[in-house]
Write a protein of this length. Structure first.
Length: 275
């Protein structure tokens, strides 16, 4: 590495958070040490701001968050939107219509809040192998009977559309349909989901644009991730770190592979390359 690290973007699930969706005391201490030294450490996540754990947002020194895969970049102190890249109401409505018949948890992110169909939330444990993921979804989603009616009522564009499948064949079928729509990009962060954003939107671009505003170059940005929604981020930043538990394709393009999210992999990478 030839450049000093001045910004670090961290994915949450499978990266910063353990399998139990926690930040260990050791990792927290390392993040606080980095920020005390003037490094901008921030979450770079597919989650909306309303679903980021309080224990993460309360880490001393954290000032920014890249949320919804880069659709909303926020200043945390005043919950100020710094950058946004949204899906138009008309396109979001057509996507909800396209996806509504799948046996899946279908949700829409609007202005940093996630809304999900009530009928799937009532049986959400059936869609996850890890019960902690199901519990997280239940805690952070607002149930609604009809997402298209909600969109019509809100009259605002969508940050992201997210769908969690029960059947892998349905996931594959949906992806083949979505990849033909040039206005969007669809990626998967874990085995049975698809995350849909406006074309050109990803965590990496969110980090780069924030870096530009703060006078931080691409070469000075490090990022850690584990899923395929982190792929562009690790390719884009100056130094990309994949977790040991990461998707194999992510490991192929990473500059470094750290240990797993249950072994403080983020903290150990930061200590090795930024402190």
């Amino acid at each position: 590495m030839n450049h000093k690290i001045r910004m670090i973007g961290l994915d949450l699930d499978g990266t910063l958070l353990t399998t139990k969706k926690e930040v260990t005391p050791y990792t927290r201490a390392v993040l606080e040490k980095a920020m005390a030294q003037g490094i901008e450490v921030l979450v770079s996540t597919g989650r909306p701001i309303s679903a980021i754990p309080r224990e993460v947002l309360s880490i001393a020194g954290m000032r920014y968050a890249v949320t919804s895969n880069g659709a909303r970049v926020l200043g945390l102190k005043e919950q100020k939107v710094i950058l946004e890249s949204t899906i138009s109401m008309e396109l979001a409505d057509s996507l909800l219509e396209l996806l509504k018949e799948y046996d899946a948890v279908l949700e829409i992110f609007l202005e940093g809040v996630s809304y999900a169909r009530s009928r799937e939330l009532n049986k959400v444990y059936e869609y996850f192998e890890n019960p902690s993921m199901a519990e997280y979804v239940l805690r952070t989603r607002i149930p609604t009977a009809d997402l298209r009616e909600l969109l019509k009522e809100k009259q605002i564009p969508a940050d992201k559309i997210h769908i969690i499948f029960r059947n892998p064949e349905e996931q594959k079928d949906a992806y083949e349909k979505l990849r033909k729509i040039p206005e969007i990009v669809a990626v998967s962060s874990f085995g049975n989901n698809l995350e849909i954003n406006k074309a050109g939107t990803d965590k990496g671009m969110g980090l780069l644009k924030l870096g530009e505003l703060l006078g931080i170059s691409r070469e000075e940005i490090m990022a850690c991730g584990d899923g395929m929604n982190d792929y562009e981020m690790l390719k884009t930043v100056g130094f990309g770190v994949a977790m040991e538990n990461a998707h194999p394709k992510l490991k192929e393009i990473a500059d470094y592979i750290t240990v797993t999210n249950d072994e403080d992999g983020v903290a150990k990478a930061i200590e090795k390359f930024a402190l």
